[in-house]
Design a protein around this ligand. Structure first.
Ligand SMILES: CC(C)(COP(=O)(O)OP(=O)(O)OC[C@H]1O[C@@H](n2cnc3c(N)ncnc32)[C@H](O)[C@@H]1OP(=O)(O)O)[C@@H](O)C(=O)NCCC(=O)NCCS
Length: 167
């Protein structure tokens, strides 16, 4: 059993600690500080079990028609149980509610488990950022998911027509 909660100042120590366990180039605690504020342009969630242990978190921004997943991590011993999917689905649902038409993210080109997670939701690779990661100059893949909003569904138009207008 677990609960999903908005990221708050009380989560910062645990999130920074888990971030350091999950990434070779972790964000510093100060970077999460701003995201712990309840702002209209962010969407940040933590997953805790009933004992209060932090299992996972995600950091995203939803600005105008774009949502951007900035960070997502699941504690190593909790992986493969659907928590990554849970957080991604939360973001997709919220992005649609706020009227975003796509979600973008960057992922290390070698991060097969994360890429598989994103592809399972329909994200596609749209670009490569050469040498994006500062610690080892690994390339980033830019991945994007086009969202079909309720408004589009009501009008009988969908993702394909959105692609058509943009290209
Ligand atoms: C990527 C990450 C968030 C996935 O979280 P998770 O809770 O283990 O993922 P889930 O259990 O929800 O799995 C969802 C899907 O992801 C894919 N996936 C997850 N782990 C995988 C693995 N080790 N190998 C291949 N695919 C994997 C599968 O498609 C899986 O769906 P399935 O179970 O139906 O096959 C987690 O591995 C993690 O925290 N990694 C370290 C931090 C990181 O790299 N974050 C991404 C930054 S861009």
């Amino acid at each position: 059993m677990y609960e999903i909660l908005p990221l708050g100042p009380e989560d910062l120590d645990d999130v920074a600690e888990l971030e350091a366990r999950c990434f070779s180039d972790p964000w510093p605690r100060e970077l999460f500080l701003r995201e712990a504020e309840d702002r209209p342009d962010n969407f940040c969630r933590v997953v805790r079990n009933l004992e209060g242990e932090l299992l996972a978190y995600s950091i995203a921004w939803i600005i105008a028609d774009e949502a951007h997943l900035g960070d997502i991590a699941v504690a190593p011993e909790q992986r493969g149980k659907g928590l990554g999917k849970l957080l991604l689905q939360e973001l997709i649902d919220e992005a649609k509610i706020r009227g975003a038409v796509h979600i973008v993210l960057e992922v290390r080109a070698s991060n097969e488990s994360a890429i598989a997670l994103y592809e399972s939701y329909g994200f596609v690779k749209v670009a490569i950022r050469k040498g994006y990661y500062q610690d080892d100059a690994e390339d980033a893949l830019v991945m994007m998911l086009l969202l079909q909003t309720e408004a589009q569904r009501d009008r009988g138009t969908g993702t394909q027509s959105y692609v058509g207008r943009k290209s």
